[in-house]
Design a protein around this ligand. Structure first.
Ligand code: ADP
Length: 398
């Protein structure tokens, strides 16, 4: 079989994650991260042929500089000739995109238009697309949207109870995010457990951002993030759901500006806000085990809210076959998984403590006992592989 490699790019607001992946066997030939972009200490870290490297980028290096550096690396390691496509993670696809798209001028215009709904992310994604088009003009460029998987949500799940004109005229609705991850791990659960086409799955993607998704027969029917990735469960630094009346209280009574409220909800809340310690789950778990009561409280609120969200999805699914944990926290924190399953023990499942401890650090596995009627399991996510597969498929179809 001829070599078919895909360059996968994920441009965050101040970072660029990248990988060159073999579309035939998922092997990562090159992977890495350029971070602290726009800062004096911008850096690029990468792994190739099993060895790790780190190089400083020029001060205030932007996405274009990072991608140019990446392109030089790709050329230097003779990976350019085997590339068949570039796959771009794009955060917001609005209502227009229900699946991955070959990037054309029209697709770029639509991503630009949707930037209003994702001002931190879509412009960075577009920078990545433009730089990759310049570097590899002959390659098919494909956009894979975080929102696309959730476009199957019914109207009663995605509309807010707001004046309808806001939806019709401004697109104010729930879109959901992490779609590539929810799609990947739910499909993997179906494959691994040999589930029938008719199935009910809840996926909990718990990373720095956290979201839960209800999946019926392969389709997202509800998810916890909304118009923006701020809605839903408690996250590392984001509050998740709050009373919208808080906005008035903070601005009118306490004199906050709207930027200060937004910054507080996005950057100073969640696990960090409650623990007053860190947004990093590992640090919080260590402090909890040492008796730090704020850390324990942060974990308790995180798990309680997560369990409530999972229970809520028994409504759209009319039951449940399997709950899947993924993302850095979901894949590693046996403490959080155990607490969540305990809150939901009325569902009739029983945690297997040994399997729960074993399913960490990249290990996949069922964590409930064999006689549990509903299963809970851990599946490491692989969004890059999903992006690689979609990009390769669309490139071949052209
Ligand atoms: P991102 O959303 O940025 O991709 P990740 O999916 O990598 O983030 O998840 C990051 C989170 O995973 C952090 O809160 C980190 O503390 C947590 N995490 C990573 N390893 C562990 C671990 N061994 N135990 C508990 N939490 C972990």
């Amino acid at each position: 079989m001829s070599e078919q490699h895909v360059l996968v790019l994920n441009c965050g607001s101040s970072s660029l994650k990248f990988a060159v992946i073999d579309a035939n066997n998922a092997q990562e030939l090159l992977s890495g991260l350029a971070e602290r972009l726009h800062n004096d200490d911008a850096v690029i870290k990468y792994k190739i042929a099993g060895s790790k490297h780190q190089n400083a980028l020029t001060a205030k290096a932007d996405h274009k500089v990072a991608i140019d550096t990446l392109v030089s690396l790709i050329r230097e390691h003779k990976l350019a000739d085997s590339l068949i496509a570039v796959g771009h993670r794009v955060v917001h696809g609005g209502e227009q995109f229900t699946g991955s798209q070959v990037i054309t001028d029209d697709v770029i215009a639509a991503i630009m238009k949707t930037a209003q709904l994702a001002p931190l992310h879509n412009p960075a994604n577009l920078t990545g697309i433009k730089a990759a088009q310049q570097a590899f003009p002959a390659l098919t460029q494909v956009a894979v949207f975080d929102t696309a998987f959730h476009q199957s949500m019914p109207k009663h799940a995605y509309l807010y109870a707001l004046p309808y004109a806001l939806y019709k005229e401004q697109g104010v609705r729930r879109y959901g995010f992490h779609g590539t991850s929810h799609n990947y791990v739910s499909a993997k659960a179906v494959e691994v457990l040999g589930l029938a086409n008719s199935h009910r799955i809840i996926t909990a993607h718990l990373g720095n951002g956290c979201s839960v998704c209800a999946i019926k027969d392969g389709n997202s029917v509800d998810t916890s993030m909304g118009l923006t990735p701020l809605e839903g469960v408690v996250m590392g630094t984001r509050s998740g759901d709050i009373d919208p009346g808080l906005f008035d209280f903070l601005t009118v009574q306490l004199g906050y500006s709207s930027q200060e409220v937004s910054s507080m909800l996005n950057k100073d809340s969640g696990l960090l806000g409650i623990s007053e310690l860190s947004n990093d789950c590992r640090t919080i778990e260590e402090a909890h085990l040492e008796g730090n009561t704020q850390a324990t409280l942060a974990l308790d609120i995180f798990c309680y809210r997560l369990a409530k969200q999972i229970a809520a999805y028994l409504v759209p699914l009319s039951g449940l076959d399997v709950l899947v944990f993924t993302g850095g926290i979901g894949e590693n924190s046996d403490i959080i998984r155990a607490k969540v399953l305990t809150h939901l023990s009325f569902l009739g499942w029983q945690l297997d403590p040994q399997k729960n401890t074993e399913a960490r650090f990249g290990n996949m596995g069922v964590i409930t006992t064999a006689d549990s009627n509903i299963k809970a399991m851990v599946i490491p996510t692989n969004e890059e592989w999903m992006i690689c597969q979609d990009a390769a498929r669309l490139a071949k179809e052209l």
